[in-house]
Structure formats: C-alpha cells, structure tokens
Write a protein that binds this ligand. Structure first.
Ligand SMILES: Nc1ncnc2c1ncn2[C@@H]1O[C@H](COP(=O)(O)OP(=O)(O)OP(=O)(O)O)[C@@H](O)[C@H]1O
Ligand SMILES: [Mg+2]
Length: 290
C-alpha cells in the first residue's frame, strides 16, 4: 500500500500529545480492544472478518498475532490504526477511543510502501519533512534510523536498487523516524526468506530493546512470532476470534540464536498444533469455494 502524504499528515502531528496521555497518573494499557467485530458486505453476501475479539497490550510489550490467511489480522490492525471504521466494539490507544489515526501510532504495512522516486534518506526523512523539520535536522535523524536498520551506506540509493528486504527496512526506518510510541506492523517481512527474516528479527529485537515501543506484529511465521514476542495471540480461521494467548517466557535480551533452544522448540510446536487445525479449515474452505 502506498502511504500518502495525507495519511502521514494525519498519522503524525504531535507524538508528544499521545505519549503524555499514556504516561498519565491512571495507567491504562497502551492498546485495548473490546468485543471487536467487523463485517464486510460483499457481492456474495455479508462476510464476518472478525468477531468478538478482546485483548490489551501493556506499554512496552511486544505482542504478535498469528492466524491463517483471511482471518482478519490486517483488518484488526487497520481498526487500531484508525484506518477502518464501521465496526462493532471499541478500540483504545491509551485512554483515547480510536476515531482516526492516532499520533502515538506508527504503522508498517503488509504491502510495499517506499516511494520509488525518493532516495533512501529522503524516504526515511519524509514524515519529518511533513512535520516541518529543518532539512539538516531531518537528514541527520533519518541517517540515524537508517543505520539502526542496518542500511548505512545506502542513503543515496533508490528503492529499485535495493532488495525486497532492504526496501522493507527502509519502510521500517521511515516509521521509526517519527518516533511513535506504538508500532503496528503488518507482516513487514512477509515476502522474505527465512534466514533474512531471522536476521531482520535480530534488528527488530535490538530496536525494541533500545526504544521500548509497544509493538503489535502480524505475522505468518511461527518462528518469527516466538523469536520476537512477549505474548502471541493465535487466531481462528474466519471469522477470526482469539483461539489462544501464549506467554513467551524466553529471557531477554534475545537474538536469533534462541531458535536452537528447547524452550523455543516447545513454543513453536505448541502454536503449530493450534494453528494447523485452523489452517486446515481455511484450506478446506478454499477448496470448496475454488
Ligand atoms: N475492504 C474489504 N471488502 C470486502 N472484504 C474484505 C475487505 N477487506 C478484507 N476483506 C475480507 O475480510 C477477511 C479478512 O481480511 P484480512 O485482510 O483482514 O485478512 P488477513 O488475516 O490479514 O489475511 P492475510 O494473512 O492473507 O493477509 C478476508 O476474507 C477478506 O477477503
Ligand atoms: Mg493481512
């Protein structure tokens, strides 16, 4: 999805407002959804994408949502991001009821979202430019985040000169550059091979370690979810409901080396047994319809 200037303008204006509200005396969760449901009207009739989903995420917590294709994960994220309306239930960012893009939230989308006509540094500096930050200041900040995602040396390249994984890192750096308190990421590494994912996962772990952002990650990869998360929400096939919440008690700081531990293998097996059932339902459904 291309991220328009207008979207950035609304998603970002004063991150400090959101931050202040969230660190107020009454500490509410950083994110909360209550009884969330979303139905789409399609030519084949109404389609219930998600139903009765309730959970909250504490400040600084890293939570992943995993579930079969079509179970409503992106829909859930777009509701929290204030990009989709007309749903049942309530969504909160801190104590604010979601009614549009919240300034405390930064999003990384499932689809490719770099601007092909801008260099890496100008891509990353874009939201800061929209904010009105001076050129030297925004370029310096952009360079810092480019280095953080491991792209130092590529500042003057164009997206077409980079690999898919590098472009996704540009998109992540661009979201990080405006320093959102909350990060919503929709399969940011979806198109990448397993090794690159694990290594990028290390970057995400490092960034989370440094910045302590509240993070909600949508992924299809069980290993990625276990590697990164404090908690994993397993969703059912359509309509998407919460099937299980799994606490990942692996010690932090973590690196991708954690994948060889017994505890890691145990969590992966546990989640796969839940997910297999749901993915099989999804596959049977697709065969029936197709
Ligand atoms: N704008 C829309 N209009 C009609 N149906 C929609 C719309 N957006 C999503 N859907 C349907 O809602 C369901 C959930 O979609 P969603 O994109 O949230 O799934 P997902 O879990 O993110 O899937 P994937 O893992 O493939 O990305 C799907 O069946 C999809 O076809
Ligand atoms: Mg999706």
């Amino acid at each position: 999805m291309a991220v328009s200037a207008a979207e950035f303008r609304t998603a970002r204006t004063s991150s400090t407002a959101g931050a202040g509200e969230m660190s107020g005396r009454v500490r509410s969760p950083a994110l909360r959804i209550e009884g969330l449901g979303k139905q789409f009207d399609t030519p084949q009739g109404p389609l219930i994408a998600i139903e009765d989903v309730t959970f909250d995420i504490k400040e600084g917590e890293f939570v992943s949502v995993i579930g079969p294709s079509g179970c409503g994960k992106s829909t859930l994220l777009k509701i929290l991001g204030g990009l989709t309306g007309d749903y049942k239930g309530r969504a909160f960012v801190g104590s604010d009821l979601v009614s549009g893009p919240h300034p405390a939230i930064g999003m990384v989308f499932q689809e490719e979202s770099t601007f092909p006509w801008r260099t890496v540094v100008d891509n990353v500096a874009f939201p800061l430019e929209i904010q009105g930050m001076r050129r030297t200041e925004r370029q310096a900040k952009a360079r810092h985040f480019i280095e953080l995602v491991g792209l130092k040396g590529f500042e003057q390249r164009y997206p077409a000169e980079l690999s898919g994984g590098m472009r996704q890192r540009v998109a992540i750096a661009r979201t990080l550059a405006f320093e959102p308190k909350i990060l919503l990421m929709d399969e940011p590494f979806g198109a990448l091979d397993e090794q690159t994912r694990l290594l990028l996962g290390d970057k995400v772990l490092q960034i989370h370690q440094n910045l302590r952002q509240t993070s909600l990650l949508i992924t299809h990869s069980i290993t990625e979810a276990v590697q990164l998360s404090d908690r994993i929400i397993v969703m059912t096939y359509r309509p998407g409901r919460i099937k299980r919440m799994v606490e990942i008690d692996l010690p932090r700081p973590r690196t991708s080396q954690v994948v060889s531990s017994d505890a890691f293998g145990h969590h992966v097996a546990e989640i796969w047994s839940d997910l297999r059932e749901e993915a099989s339902r999804g596959m049977r459904d697709a065969e029936r319809l197709g």
